[in-house]
Write a protein that binds this ligand. Structure first.
Ligand SMILES: [Zn+2]
Length: 334
């Protein structure tokens, strides 16, 4: 029944897409698309039916970053929905059978990981995970925790936003970057490690008056060791996300080695827990980082892995879409 309806919807969508000659028509198209998707998406969400694409789909690792308080209700709805249609398993169990074909009839399995180790994961996501009995993995950066620093990209973005447009344009001209904030940060991610740290230092100097606000701190402060120590190991596995969240392929062999090995060693020492899993910052990897990750970790996740290879050191994770209905829709129409 749902499939028949969906075919009609697809036809309507195609018609709308071809008619998109102007901005207004496109906006209308978006609205129509939302309207026609809503009823089936609600039925998926309620568990009334799933498409064959859902039933045939693979197991999935879901990825989240920060979990601000304002997103708590939505996150809870998403987790409750996912728990109804997937069996959540710890990453260890997910990795152990990664790539093996799904036994017919077995429910799809899901794991969920939270990258970066921001405090909001501990304060907002953790109580939900515990209440719902959903195992998760938090990937943290021990070098940043130790120095009470933010991720460099979070800090660069906030400092660029803080700078007056004229100052930002001057900085951009000086270093050869695009002046728009997101494009500037993206440009920094492409730099080799040393050039990036030079630009960071310049930016810091130029915006010396920047003081993080309370909302900034709520969004970007990382969880401390005491907070991580207090997490129930039956719910949260702690993994490494490198020492300082660099773009690993931009570093020398020795630097990569240190980021991979020191981070594992430091988390294990601070938390007295084994660290077996790794998440590549920005999902970026190359042959050298992959070889290092294989040496130090049982398995690893990246949003930039191909869909198919069954390599436990390149397990693909996918961002949780915003909204419950968009999540239900996406899972049923991948
Ligand atoms: Zn990250």
């Amino acid at each position: 029944m749902i499939r028949v309806t969906y075919m009609t919807i697809r036809k309507n969508q195609r018609a709308v897409t071809t008619a998109c000659h102007s901005k207004h028509v496109c906006l209308l198209g978006m609205l129509v698309r939302k309207l026609v998707r809503a009823p089936p998406a609600v039925s998926y969400w309620l568990g009334v039916g799933q498409t064959r694409a859902f039933e045939r789909g693979d197991d999935i690792i879901f990825l989240r970053h920060g979990t601000p308080r304002r997103s708590a209700t939505l996150l809870e709805r998403q987790l409750r929905y996912l728990r109804r249609v997937f069996t959540f398993v710890p990453l260890r169990e997910f990795a152990a059978s990664f790539g093996a074909p799904r036994v017919p009839g077995r429910r799809r399995r899901a794991a969920i990981v939270f990258d970066d180790g921001v405090r909001s994961n501990v304060r907002v996501a953790y109580p939900l995970l515990r209440a719902l009995g959903i195992p998760a993995t938090f990937f943290v950066c021990p070098g940043l925790i130790e120095e009470r620093r933010w991720l460099w990209s979070h800090e660069a973005r906030r400092r660029l936003q803080f700078a007056a447009p004229s100052l930002r344009e001057e900085l951009a001209r000086e270093v050869g970057a695009p002046p728009e904030v997101e494009a500037f940060v993206h440009w920094m991610k492409q730099l080799d490690f040393r050039s990036r740290t030079r630009v960071e230092a310049m930016l810091k100097h130029a915006t010396a008056a920047f003081v993080p606000s309370e909302p900034d701190r709520e969004a970007f402060d990382l969880a401390g060791w005491d907070e991580l120590r207090a997490l129930d190991p039956a719910i949260v596995t702690v993994g490494s996300h490198t020492m300082t969240h660099p773009v690993l392929p931009s570093m020398s062999d020795g630097e990569i080695e240190a980021e991979l090995s020191d981070s594992r060693r430091m988390i294990e020492a601070k938390l007295a827990r084994p660290v077996e899993f790794f998440s590549y910052p920005n999902g970026d990897f190359d042959e050298r980082t992959l070889a290092g990750v294989r040496r130090y970790y049982r398995a690893a996740v990246t949003c930039k892995a191909e869909e198919t290879p069954a390599d436990p050191h390149l397990m693909r994770d996918v961002h949780l879409p915003r909204g419950v209905l968009s999540l239900a829709w996406k899972l049923n129409h991948p």
